[in-house]
Design a protein around this ligand. Structure first.
Ligand code: PLP
Length: 396
């Protein structure tokens, strides 16, 4: 009666969710200010004012029957037109509305894209560290995830490892930059290198290898860091975009899939996206949100708070003696655990009320993810606990 694989998946909540739930209980026991919860990537800055204003304006001024009604399955034509124009203007690549599919966030974008492009017997390469749900989304299409570690010192693509991992079964590589959990941003040189390698391997195996660019953190970068737009470098690219982090609206569930017109068989790829969306029940994303993001697309987030957090956390932890690569984007710090077993390290951190996520589910051992989308005060209050934890491991 019940699908065994789904039962198993439903019963096993993600490590991140488990820690988040533990934090909720612990807050009730010892008080909010005494729990240092760095588990969840939930934006801590409010959505730009224009988001709420646009929604209010739409509700006040639009015909409610059409505003709250179904759109066409891939999304409202006017919205897709506007987003295509914005892609052309912002990134200087070709884009057309009939290759844009509106979705309920990046999770839906990825699930649909993987189902459209892959099936049993196919392999999807995951550059580790990676967002843990990639395994679930890949399994949903019947394909096999293949983990390819990045360089542990730089968090950059390890081209030798990637090249060795590509086989005749490789259909796609998921590229997530800025990265969850590491905050790394792939440089233009890295993206060019990826494009060259995948072009050569596609020719070798006679089948295009697609880059699935998972970009919910595109706008979250610090200083003068640039995030290359992958369709400008590699033709066979599908962009999975979401407004969850860039506009701080993860609960609204809105994003899109953009199929590069330069892809091999772009029209059929898009038709398969429509088919996958239909088969998974992801048709006609919420119209109020479609209209809202069409008006707010490209609004730059105010990153002052995240940047302040990043500097305080990275500066303080590295000064104490912890090792981490300075994050360039997103709102995560990827720090080396003080023992090889990251889960054991997180258990010891818990005793100091520090709630960190062990790196194992991200496809890497020996690290922890610290989500710094929290208040500055939480980071300040947590520093003595981080110091005590460090000293516990270095008692001499
Ligand atoms: N991809 C990455 C790398 C993420 O970090 C997340 C969410 O944290 C998602 C996809 C899913 O995003 P959404 O909330 O838009 O579904």
């Amino acid at each position: 009666m019940i699908a065994k694989d789904m039962l198993a998946l439903g019963k096993k909540s993600s490590v991140i969710r488990e820690i988040f739930e533990y934090a909720r209980v612990r807050r009730g026991e010892i008080g909010e200010e005494n729990v240092f919860d760095f588990s969840l990537g939930n934006p801590s800055i409010p959505a730009p004012a224009v988001v709420g204003e646009t929604m209010q304006k739409l509700i006040a001024e639009c015909d409610p029957v059409s505003l709250h009604g179904y759109t066409s399955a891939p999304g409202d034509q006017g919205v897709r037109q506007k987003l295509a124009e914005n892609i052309v203007a912002r990134f200087g690549v070709e884009a057309y509305p009939n290759l844009i599919y509106m979705t309920c966030g990046a999770a839906a974008s990825l699930t649909i894209t993987l189902r459209a492009l892959t099936g049993p017997g196919d392999e999807v390469l995951l550059l580790a560290p990676f967002f843990p749900e990639y395994r679930v989304f890949t399994a949903n299409s019947g394909a096999t995830p293949v983990v390819v570690p990045c360089d542990p010192d730089t968090l950059d693509v390890d081209f030798a490892a990637l090249s060795a991992a590509i086989t005749s079964k490789t259909r796609a590589v998921i590229v997530n930059s800025p990265n969850n959990p590491s905050g790394a941003v792939f440089s233009e040189e890295t993206i060019r290198g990826l494009a060259d390698l995948l072009t050569a391997k596609s020719a070798e195996y006679g089948e295009p290898i697609v880059i699935i660019a998972d970009e919910p953190y595109r706008e979250l970068v610090y200083g003068d860091v640039k995030v290359p737009y992958i369709p400008a470098y590699y033709d066979n690219t599908v962009v999975c975009y979401s407004y969850s982090k860039s506009l701080s609206i993860p609960g609204e569930r809105i994003g899109y899939i953009f199929v590069s017109p330069k892809m091999a068989q772009a029209g059929d790829v898009f038709a398969a996206v429509c088919g996958a969306g239909r088969s998974l029940g992801y048709v006609c994303a919420p119209n109020l949100l479609q209209q809202t993001v069409a008006a707010c697309d490209g609004t730059p987030p105010d990153l002052t708070a995240y940047d302040r957090n990043r500097k305080l956390l990275y500066g303080s932890l590295t000064e104490m003696g912890y090792e981490a690569v300075e994050p360039q984007g997103a709102f995560y710090l990827f720090m080396k655990a003080l023992e090889p077993d990251a889960s054991a390290f997180c258990e010891r951190a818990k005793k100091h009320e520090l709630l960190l996520v062990p790196s194992d589910s991200f496809g890497v051992t020996g690290y922890v993810r610290i989500a710094y989308c929290v208040s500055y005060e939480q980071i300040e209050r947590s520093l003595p606990a981080f110091r005590a934890l460090y000293e516990e491991y270095n008692k001499g």
